[in-house]
Design a binder for this molecule. Sequence first.
Ligand code: ASP
Length: 360
Amino acid sequence: MQIHDKPNILIIYTGGTIGMIENPITGALENFGLDRFREIVPEMQQFDYNIEALAMDPLIDSSDMEPRHWTEIAHIIADSYERFDGFVILHGTDTMAYTASALSFMLENVGKPVILTGSQLPIGKLRTDGKENLLTSIEIAAARNEEGRPMVPEVCIYFDSRLMRGNRTTKVNAEGFNAFRSFNYPSLAHAGISIKYEPHLIIRTDEKKPFKPHFKLDDHVILLTLFPGIRREYVETVLGMKGLKAVVLKTYGSGNAPQRPWLADMLQRLSDQGIIVVNNTQCYKGTVEMHRYETGLQLLQAGVCNGFDSTIESSVTKLMLLLGEGYPVEKIHRLMNENMIGEISIGPIATNIPPYNPLS
Ligand code: ASP
């Protein structure tokens, strides 16, 4: 893996609020072109880095983000991996946690920082949070440790002074600047007067393992949220989707569901058909423990897979990747129960990561 003396940073601009400016005639918010970025953020020139930027065409609101866009971003990173030391992805906040999760699985053994950021207020607005988010993300993407290696060789979201593991984040705020939280894993760094990194929490990639990007995703995955009064016909309709391969079941508390024989039967049938069902709690913090109550045990007995303390974004995108790889069902089951890239709190993924208690 090549590291350059002067950090080379690539900014990948996908769209979202951060790149918007008010049209002086209509007053509407519109995306401005890449050429105007340096003019709007002249501070960028003060970095002693080589900064290049490219924009996705067309720029999109992140509500329009789809798996094919993740493949496009993964290709951009893979194609320029040796030329650059760090990547900053400017992205709308709405689906940023999904993109960060997807990329964390797609960019296997990434040895360089991939930092996603955006803003709640357009960068062209006076009180914008976009400038700080962008400038600090660039600094993090270029940061090196005492050995001269990248400080944060993983896919992260930087937002409102916190650097978080990408596949642990969720958008929680549509109003305040603190749009993201990582409930089940601590922040990897905090930016104040200086940027304080937590090296013991950051993934150390094994440099002997080559960077291996994956580009195929399979979107035959659905989310099913339980709620009191959920009707059998509703569940039947959703689970009857043509081509269904995997379900993320959003259960209560520590992974519990109503004790209805029809529900257990339906889940058992899915399992018999080789359709994977993953148990994810509707709670933000804490983990799934299906053996804790009878209401959870019935799911375990019906062949449901444990989602542990994974975010919904992480479970959905991990399934898309594993299905895209075309793995047999047993292997997908096994990998869903393994910590692939720091997305769940079981088994350390690298020797320097201490066991983390999500309930503390
Ligand atoms: N709708 C916007 C987007 O996600 C919101 C934002 O960027 O904050 O693209």
